[in-house]
Design a protein around this ligand. Structure first.
Ligand code: ZN
Length: 105
């Protein structure tokens, strides 16, 4: 079940919700906590940056980022979302890629 936004202007954000729910089906866990705030560092698109640095992109399983005003916001579209390392591991992308490219070496 997906709780999508009904307003056509929010179609881009529906893509984020749908991708998030699809990744749950593949085994990914949520990366946000109280108030929808991303969990640092795994819930951040740039986990190597300091936590307080403003962001413009979200880790898909957090679904939101903290902007320059300190507000927790949803990206305007799926293009401002990334799949972080922990999510990759949960959905087995990292192991799958290793297997794929190990055989060609
Ligand atoms: Zn979720």
């Amino acid at each position: 079940m997906v709780h999508a936004f009904a307003d056509p202007k929010q179609a881009q954000q529906n893509n984020i919700v749908i991708a998030h729910e699809l990744l749950h089906a593949l085994g990914a866990s949520d990366k946000y906590g109280v108030g929808g705030r991303p969990v640092y560092p795994q819930g951040y698109a740039e986990p190597d940056w300091p936590e307080q640095m403003p962001r413009q992109a979200a880790e898909i399983m957090a679904g939101r980022y903290v902007n320059a005003a300190g507000r927790v916001v949803m990206p305007p579209s799926l293009e401002q979302c990334v799949i972080g390392a922990q999510t990759e591991h949960e959905i087995n992308v990292d192991a799958g890629f290793r297997q794929q490219y190990a055989s060609s070496n």
